[in-house]
Design a protein around this ligand. Structure first.
Ligand SMILES: *[C@@H]1O[C@H](CO)[C@@H](O)[C@H](O)[C@H]1NC(C)=O
Ligand SMILES: *[C@@H]1O[C@H](CO)[C@@H](O)[C@H](O)[C@H]1NC(C)=O
Ligand SMILES: *[C@@H]1O[C@H](CO)[C@@H](O)[C@H](O)[C@H]1NC(C)=O
Ligand SMILES: *[C@@H]1O[C@H](CO)[C@@H](O)[C@H](O)[C@H]1NC(C)=O
Ligand SMILES: *[C@@H]1O[C@H](CO)[C@@H](O)[C@H](O)[C@H]1NC(C)=O
Ligand SMILES: *[C@@H]1O[C@H](CO)[C@@H](O)[C@H](O)[C@H]1NC(C)=O
Ligand SMILES: [Zn+2]
Length: 313
């Protein structure tokens, strides 16, 4: 950086740091810069970051069956709120749903769900499977019930948070259950906007035929403060929505407030992939990935194996 660039950089930083604590699209506040303001987001501080690429380097754990999702298949009382918080669209739910089992160390109270998406030309899931990025990813965020409602306390426990990650793919047909949320996106297009949502069974947003197929690893929040507090459950099979429903997110959400001078579309709100390092990634008993046909990188290694062993012997 030369002096002019440095001055411009810090001017931009100061001018904008009041407006946005973090962002996805500008150099001074994008995911590669989060560590400046949120030290625990710095990838060299710890080797616990999320998201990761899910590949064949995982071990099957036969004790990992389907999770118990209490209250997910009933209509909860009360009222839920859909909100644009400037980083995503989040559905805040009321008390009543709980997640446990599937090897999770405790009971977890469901707090909210939110989405990550791409652009017209890029997919936007946070986790990838064998390098494949899906169009969207939904995160259902739950905190250990013993800490409720102290989220700060949960963030200090390495297993204080359990997030369920669900890939969202695109198909011809519209998803009626997803419409409940996507049709409300125009009402929360701008930062700070909220809309009331009548509770509906959250299970309608899940890959219900394949709930015992998932991956489990220990990682972080994928937004600041990137706390090392998350037991991740990433479901293997996606849910499907239409292209139009995807577009409601990709082209219909802003991280600026209504009437702001500079209208700023919100898209590509996903964090980059982090190294798995020596973390163990577990495949559940029924996950299919390990048994699927050999994929390019793997078969390349197999081809090289004889060469390598000759070299080593
Ligand atoms: C399998 O998962 C259970 C529950 O999370 C865990 O206690 C156990 O250590 C895991 N087994 C292996 C071999 O990693
Ligand atoms: C989790 O909830 C179940 C059912 O309410 C209860 O029996 C169990 O003791 C709870 N576990 C913990 C660790 O609190
Ligand atoms: C993006 O998503 C589409 C639809 O699922 C898929 O066909 C494509 O392979 C994905 N692209 C990448 C780069 O992963
Ligand atoms: C929440 O937990 C934090 C960390 O354990 C603690 O410092 C704080 O006092 C707690 N807040 C409340 C309101 O109990
Ligand atoms: C989802 O589950 C069904 C029923 O068990 C199974 O037939 C199907 O192969 C699974 N889908 C995938 C993609 O694994
Ligand atoms: C995506 O394409 C549509 C149609 O061309 C356009 O209206 C929209 O602004 C684009 N969205 C983004 C985020 O570029
Ligand atoms: Zn998320």
């Amino acid at each position: 950086m030369n002096i002019l660039e440095t001055v411009l950089y810090f001017t931009a930083f100061i001018a904008n740091s009041y407006a946005a604590d973090f962002c996805y699209d500008e150099e001074y506040c994008n995911p590669y810069s989060w560590g400046n303001k949120f030290p625990s987001c710095h990838p060299i501080i710890d080797q616990h970051h999320s998201p990761i690429n899910l590949d064949q380097q995982m071990s099957r754990n036969m004790s990992l069956g389907a999770l118990q999702l209490k209250g997910f298949d009933t209509v909860q009382p009360g009222e839920w709120t859909l909100k644009n918080n400037g980083h995503t669209v989040v559905l805040q739910v009321e008390l009543g749903m709980e997640v446990r089992g599937g090897g999770l160390p405790g009971n977890y109270t469901t707090l909210q769900l939110h989405f990550h998406w791409g652009s017209n030309s890029t997919n936007g899931s946070e986790h990838t499977i064998n390098g494949r990025r899906y169009p969207m990813e939904m995160h259902i965020v739950n905190m250990k019930t013993v800490y409720y409602p102290n989220f700060t306390a949960a963030l200090e426990d390495p297993t204080g948070i359990a997030v369920l990650g669900v890939f969202i793919d695109v198909a011809e047909a519209e998803s009626d259950s997803f419409s409940v949320l996507s049709n409300l996106v125009p009402a929360v297009a701008y930062k700070g906007k909220t809309a009331q949502v009548a509770p509906f069974p959250l299970s309608s947003l899940l890959p219900m035929n394949n709930m015992s197929q998932y991956y489990r690893y220990h990682g972080s929040l994928t937004t600041p403060p990137c706390s090392k507090a998350v037991e991740w459950t990433v479901y293997e099979v996606p849910i499907y929505i239409s292209y139009k429903q995807l577009s409601q997110f990709v082209s219909g959400v802003y991280h600026s407030e209504e009437g702001a001078q500079r209208v700023a579309p919100l898209y590509n709100n996903f964090r980059h992939i982090h190294d798995t390092f020596n973390r163990k990634v577990h495949a559940s008993k029924d996950a299919a990935l390990l048994s699927s046909a050999a994929l390019p990188v793997y078969s390349l290694l197999l081809c090289l194996a004889p060469v390598l062993s000759v070299g080593l012997s």
